[in-house]
Ligand binder design. Structure first.
Ligand SMILES: Cc1ncc(COP(=O)(O)O)c(C=O)c1O
Length: 474
C-alpha cells in the first residue's frame, strides 16, 4: 500500500513554494528531455566516464571545471544533499575544534549543526529584526561594523565568517562592504546564498548583487530554491587565495555521500549550463516583470504586501488583517494556493520560475473572501524584538552541550538553565536558541512570547543541562 506516491501525482493546486521550477514547468530543457527517457535509465553509479564531484576525471569534473572557468572562479562542486550539505562541508573546511566562526543570528540550522559536528564555537552577530513582520532583516553595514567592534572575548581564535545573503524572505543589502569589512579583519567569508542563485545569473539591474561578484571566498547556491533544478541540488563556488581547494575537497569527502545520484548531478549541470544562456535570461526577465505586475495589482487592490529585495518573493503581512500567517496558510491551502513560509505575522509565497498567469486575480478574489469570512478585529501585535542586540557566544560549546546529561523542562521553568538542544521553528530553520546558551530571563520572556505565537513549531518545553558544567568554555 502506498501513501506517498499518490501525493506526488499532478494536481490542480497552484505551487507557490520551493522548489522554484513549479512542479516541473520551469525545469531546464535538457533535464526535461532526460526525464522523458525510460524510467531509471539515468540512475547510474560513478562510472569512469561519469565520475563525481570529487573525481578528477569524467563528465562531472569536466562540467565543474568549465563552469568555474566561465564564472572566473577557482572551484566549483555540485552537491546532492542540498545547500545543507555544502554549507556544512564549507564551514568545516574553514574551522575545526578549538576554533571559532562569526555567524549571523539568522544563520540556518545546518550551520549550527556543522558547529556541533566540528566542535566549532559560533560567535553570533546580531541582525536587524522587523518586529511588525516578526522575522530578521538583512545584515547591514553599520550593524556589522558595530558588532565587529564589540566582539566578546573568547578563548578560541576566530578563523572565518559567514553571511546569509539574501534571507529566506529575499531581504538583501549590498554584500560588498560586508565582505570587505570581514576581509579587513583577516577572515575568509562563506556566504549562504541559498536563496540568491539567480542574483549571480542575471544580466539585469533588478536584483541585488551576488556575493560571488562581491568578493566572497566561498558561496553556496541552492539550485532548487532560487534556480530551476531538482530538490536537493546545490553548488559550492570557491574564489581567491584565502581558502585552499584541497581543504574544501577534503571536507567534502568527509560529508558527501559515496553514491551521488547521477540524476541530481545531471540536474546541477543542466541547471547551471542553462542559466548561462540567453533563453534563461529572457525567462528570468519575464518572470521578474510578471512578479512586479502581480505585486502592483495586489497592492492596488489593498492586499498588505511587505517589500522584499527579491521580486520573486511575495510577503503577505496577514497581521494587518488580524490573522496569523499560519491560519492564513491553512485557509489558502484549502483553496488551492500552496504558500512557502507561514509565520505568526506573515505568509510568504515564492513565485518561482514558472508563469503565474492569473495569480493576481485569483489571490485578490481569495483575499476578498477571506476578509468577508474573517472580518478584521484589529492588527495583530508585533512580535517582541529578541534580546540579541549584541554579539554573543554560547556559554558552553554546542558540541558539549548536546552531549551533556540533560533533562526536559517546561519552557516556563527553564530560566537560568543552559540549553542542551536547539529551539528552531522549521521553516524557516532559523534557531531561536542554541545548545550551550544560557536562558537568561529576557531570553526566556522572548522564547515564551514566540511559543505563544506559534506553539506547534516552538514547543513549550526544552532540554537543558541536568547540572551546571564543571568546565566553563567562554
Ligand atoms: C538560508 C538557508 N540556507 C540553507 C538552507 C538549506 O537548504 P537545503 O534545504 O537545500 O539543504 C535553507 C533551507 O531552508 C535556508 O533557508
Amino acid at each position: 500500500m502506498h501513501s506517498l506516491i499518490p501525493l506526488l501525482r499532478p494536481d490542480r493546486r497552484q505551487p507557490l513554494h520551493l522548489p522554484v521550477h513549479g512542479r516541473g514547468r520551469a525545469l531546464p530543457p535538457a533535464l526535461k528531455r532526460l526525464l522523458r527517457q525510460a524510467p531509471g535509465s539515468w540512475d547510474l553509479p560513478e562510472l569512469p566516464e561519469i565520475g563525481g564531484p570529487l573525481e578528477s576525471e569524467g563528465a562531472v569534473a569536466e562540467s565543474q571545471t568549465q563552469l568555474a572557468s566561465v564564472l572566473g572562479v577557482a572551484g566549483c562542486w555540485f552537491g546532492v544533499n542540498g545547500a545543507t550539505g555544502l554549507l556544512q562541508a564549507a564551514l568545516s573546511a574553514l574551522a575545526g575544534p578549538g576554533q571559532a566562526v562569526l555567524l549571523p543570528r539568522n544563520a540556518h540550522r545546518s550551520l549550527i549543526a556543522a558547529c556541533v559536528m566540528g566542535g566549532i564555537r559560533p560567535v553570533f552577530l546580531p541582525v536587524p529584526f522587523l518586529s511588525d513582520r516578526g522575522h530578521p532583516g538583512a545584515m547591514s553595514e553599520p550593524c556589522l561594523e558595530q558588532a565587529l567592534m564589540a566582539l566578546p572575548s573568547i578563548p578560541e581564535a576566530i578563523v572565518a565568517a559567514v553571511l546569509v545573503h539574501p534571507t529566506y524572505h529575499g531581504y538583501a543589502s549590498d554584500p560588498t562592504p560586508l565582505i570587505a569589512a570581514l576581509h579587513r579583519c583577516g577572515l575568509p567569508v562563506l556566504v549562504d546564498e541559498a536563496h540568491g542563485t539567480h542574483f549571480a545569473f542575471s544580466g539585469g539591474e533588478d536584483l541585488p548583487r551576488s556575493s560571488l561578484h562581491a568578493g566572497a571566498d566561498l558561496v553556496v547556491h541552492s539550485l532548487h530554491k532560487s534556480a530551476p533544478g531538482l530538490g536537493q541540488t546545490a553548488v559550492l563556488w570557491l574564489q581567491g587565495m584565502r581558502v585552499s581547494s584541497e581543504a574544501v575537497q577534503a571536507s567534502l569527502l568527509r560529508f558527501q555521500t559515496s553514491s551521488p545520484s547521477a540524476l541530481l548531478l545531471a540536474s546541477c549541470e543542466a541547471t547551471l549550463h542553462w542559466m548561462l544562456t540567453s533563453s534563461w535570461e529572457r525567462l528570468l526577465q519575464r518572470r521578474l516583470q510578471e512578479a512586479h505586475q502581480i505585486a502592483a495589482r495586489l497592492r492596488a487592490a489593498g492586499l498588505p504586501l511587505g517589500s522584499s529585495d527579491d521580486p520573486l518573493r511575495l510577503i503577505l503581512v496577514t497581521a494587518e488583517q488580524g490573522m496569523s500567517g499560519l491560519d492564513a496558510d491553512a485557509w489558502f491551502m484549502q483553496r488551492g494556493l500552496i504558500a512557502e513560509l507561514p509565520e505568526p505575522l506573515c505568509l510568504t509565497f515564492c513565485l518561482g520560475l514558472a508563469s503565474q498567469r492569473g495569480l493576481a486575480q485569483r489571490m485578490q478574489q481569495l483575499w476578498r473572501k477571506l476578509q468577508l469570512s474573517q472580518p478584521c478585529s484589529g492588527r495583530l501585535e508585533p512580535l517582541l524584538v529578541p534580546p540579541l542586540e549584541t554579539s554573543s557566544t554560547p556559554e558552553l560549546l554546542p558540541a558539549l552541550a548536546v552531549r551533556a546529561q540533560a533533562c526536559e523542562l517546561s519552557l516556563q521553568d527553564s530560566g537560568g538553565r543552559i540549553a542542551a538542544e536547539m529551539i528552531c521553528p522549521y521553516p524557516p530553520g532559523i534557531p531561536l536558541l542554541i545548545p550551550g546558551e544560557r536562558i537568561e530571563s529576557d531570553r526566556l520572556e522572548w522564547l515564551l512570547s514566540q511559543h505563544r505565537r506559534w506553539p506547534a513549531l516552538v514547543p513549550g518545553k526544552v532540554k537543558v543541562l541536568a547540572e551546571e558544567p564543571q568546565v566553563q568554555l567562554g
